[in-house]
Design a protein around this ligand. Structure first.
Ligand code: PLP
Length: 356
């Protein structure tokens, strides 16, 4: 399909930061993608413009009622200078699913992927090549109608911005300490937990900050009804290896359908490792631990890929998992996924999309 995309190139390119000082989400490239929506024209005027501040009316609905959705994915530069995206179709599909929940009009997923590739090509010098670095991609939609009426916006903007990011694990993959949250909940079935939307994040910060004060990297979220079944860890999906079998909470309407989660399920099946998606209670986890069967635990998401859980503080107990070190399966999954993403390993499952 041939999409007409207006491109305005910047006259003043920014200086690029050193590869070892990138951090996460601190620097942005020279250009951005933007497209508008109104009721008469639908989505229109897709264009690439110099990266710049946007001007919004203070009454824009996104500020007051949080009608917004976002995505997060990465582009990688391989050793032989190819530019690869990891399963980007899944992100634009999920963006539309999130939008449907937030009553935001859907975008053309093919147009979005085409625009993203164009944007990456224009700013390709920004994709770092140092081991562990990548280009983080943030597509998002905001409600822009200047009205305090508490109803769906009539106007939106869809944007994509790019940020070169450093290695999540500067000193190699390492396990973290997690607090099992019993006061606050992240989401309930019927709510917005399955959508990638700002409000879910705003609502999780209190618990996250309290946990951080007590030395925890993140919280483990339990379901909002029974306060018993495991849902996610921070803003990651969560997996456990119990007695040789891999378990992850089934998608139940309040859990985010992670691309990394889905990829791990596919890899485990490919490797003939038994895996189950089902409800997992915190009691079952304690029992497995007491029987010496809780072998590994890890979170999954685009930013870290795999984040091993070394300690779980749960209902007054301290569970030390795999001696507080990274488990063999966690390490193998991490090495395999990052190896495929960097083009070092054969992409047997057909996940990578080349930018050009
Ligand atoms: C984005 C996100 C994830 C991870 O999704 P990936 O597609 O694997 O990056 C998990 N949980 C929540 C709440 C998220 O927002």
């Amino acid at each position: 399909m041939n999409y007409s995309l207006d491109i305005e190139r910047t006259a003043a390119k920014k200086q690029k930061p050193a590869a070892d000082r990138l951090g996460f989400g601190k620097y942005y490239t020279d250009h951005m993608f933007i497209m508008d929506y109104d009721e008469e024209q639908g989505w229109h005027r897709p264009r690439i413009i110099p990266y710049q501040p946007i001007s919004l009316d203070p009454a824009a609905k996104v500020f007051h009622y949080g009608q917004t959705v976002f995505e997060g994915l990465k582009a990688y530069r391989t050793a032989d200078q190819r530019l690869l995206l990891f399963r980007p179709q899944k992100n634009f599909r999920r963006l539309n699913q999130s939008s449907a929940r937030l009553s935001i009009p859907s975008i053309d997923e093919e147009l979005a992927l085409h625009a993203l590739k164009q944007l990456i090509l224009i700013d390709q010098d920004w994709i770092p090549s140092k081991k562990g670095t990548s280009l983080y991609i943030r597509p998002f939609i905001i409600a822009t109608e200047p009205s305090l009426g508490a109803s769906s916006s009539t106007h939106y903007q869809f944007m994509i911005i790019l940020s070169p990011v450093g290695s999540y694990y500067a000193e190699g993959i390492h396990p973290v300490k997690i607090h099992v949250e019993t006061e606050y909940v992240r989401a309930v079935k019927g709510g917005t937990g399955m959508a990638k939307t700002a409000g879910n994040y705003a609502g999780s910060l209190r618990a996250q900050d309290d946990a951080a004060v007590n030395g925890f990297a993140q919280v483990l979220w339990l379901d909002g009804v029974h306060r018993k079944y495991i849902e996610e860890v921070g803003s990651m999906n969560v997996f456990f290896k119990i007695n040789g079998k891999v378990l992850t909470p089934a998608l139940n309407g309040s859990i985010l359908d992670g691309v990394v989660r889905n990829s791990i399920l596919e890899l485990l099946q490919h490797w003939n490792i038994p895996v189950e998606e089902r409800m997992i209670s915190i009691d079952e986890l304690h029992e497995a631990y007491d029987n010496g069967m809780l072998e590994e635990a890890f979170g999954t998401g685009t930013a870290a890929v795999i984040s091993p859980i070394g300690e779980l503080h749960s209902l007054g107990r301290r569970l030390v998992i795999h001696g507080g070190t990274t488990g063999e399966l966690s390490a193998k999954l991490y090495d395999t996924l990052t190896g495929i993403q960097l083009g070092e390993l054969q992409d047997e499952l057909g996940w990578m999309v080349q930018v050009s």
